[in-house]
Design a protein around this ligand. Sequence first.
Ligand code: GDP
Ligand code: MG
Length: 509
Amino acid sequence: MVLAELGLKIKDALGKINGAEVIDKKLLDEVLNILGVALMKADVNLKQVAKLQNNIRAKFPEIEEHSGNKRLQVQRLVVGELSGMLSTERKPYVMKKGKQNIIMFVGLQGSGKTTTCTKYAHFYQKKGWKVSLVCADTFRAGAFDQLKQNATKCRIPFYGSYTEMDPVKIAEEGVQHFKKQNYELIIVDTSGRHKQEDSLFDEMKQVSTAINPDDIVFIMDSHIGQACHDQALAFKKCVNVGSVIITKLDGHAKGGGALSAVATTESPITFIGTGEHFEDFEPFDPQTFIKELLGLGNLKGLFEKVKEVVNVENQKKLAENLQKGVFTIRDMRDQYSSVLKMGPLDKVIGMIPGLGNNIIPKGKEKDAQAKIKKFMCMMDSMTDEELDGKKKLNESRMIRISKGCGCVPTDVSDFLEEYNKFAKMVEKMGKFSKGTGMNEMNRNPGMVANKLGSIVPQNVLNQLGGTGNLMNMMKDLGNMEGMEQFAGMAGMGGLGGAGRGRGRGKGKR
Ligand code: GDP
Ligand code: MG
């Protein structure tokens, strides 16, 4: 089962809780069964599935006894235990700025070491580190050429040899070479074998002794499923693995085997590889990962991204407008432009609560992105008065705008429909925050939930995980620093609408 499918299955299991009248042991057992089957189908180790189920069972009585929203608490418990399964006590190595950090990559042949070395170097290079690559793979023909090509593409200095056959010698020389030039990050790519052989492990030990790395990164190919467990154990026994990177978590990997093998290595997963390009590389955090998997979003990550790209002045103005319940086309344009600046939609979509593979189905992100671009083009053709809602678009203006954007007038009315839907919701929200206020949320959550339920359309509410989850999200938002900038999220509503029509047309997944 691929990961997106696993996410949907777990969501289904949790959905049972949302729909139930009473939440008791019987219901919990039912949910845990569905969860267990889904995890096993995704290749998660049997023992770990049992452990997870037992942990949840053991903690359930506490929820039963306490008052409060049981649905939400069970959901939190499940998310917590799933993230726990992907976490380790050991903390990842923290790179030291201004020092020389030597990082050695190990793993079987074809697991993605050379590709990941480059992604890793590229990642830190973008953050301003002085990075370098050493090729100590003398086993595979063409290994040095591959690293050289990658490094050249990313403009990263590299070291290697076509003639020297001793990997230990090259590794030592390479590290010395870059140490002398004060490189902060010296990444050593090593060879692999098809199988876990003694010769590979001997070589790894020797290289490790010679260069004395600060961190040994174990590269694990997610395609091998359950076998990850034994492989991780074998590597762990041989060298001091400090962190794990899981590759090929794109496409049709089951993933569960690799992800849950982290317990075996006792070392944290630090990144995941999600494609062949150097940008297809993401820092890994268990809780964030699980939340994204379940479509609960990654508000923190999104928040950080939004902070990177938004125009603070625009956001302040928007926040004021939202409070008044006013949302102009110009506001919508500002939001869309921020969304486009955040990068390819398939990389940010999972962060948006409720959107991940629900409103915009997986694989359809490019269509949605194209639609946003088309909408942007229309908005760019509007006058200031039209953007600020001082003048309505009449038919002849719609024809004019559509011509300018290479589309038909109905496309412009589609746009206006999306815009109006959202503007209406903002208007109601404005009244809501005036009349109710966030403080009320803590005092009288039931009443607030009812009010919210009457404002947000039911299908959107379902996608956001019900009123309980929505309130939870709003509370999370309230607790974040610099919230005024977060009004940037607002435009996402229109974005969701953009994909929703499409999703419906293609049928339910
Ligand atoms: P090495 O033998 O361990 O150095 O592995 P390579 O870096 O040469 O990678 C083996 C193959 O896996 C290459 O074709 C890579 O493009 C591919 N690869 C590596 N990481 C990923 C990933 O995250 N996703 C996908 N789809 N392919 C990857
Ligand atoms: Mg290689």
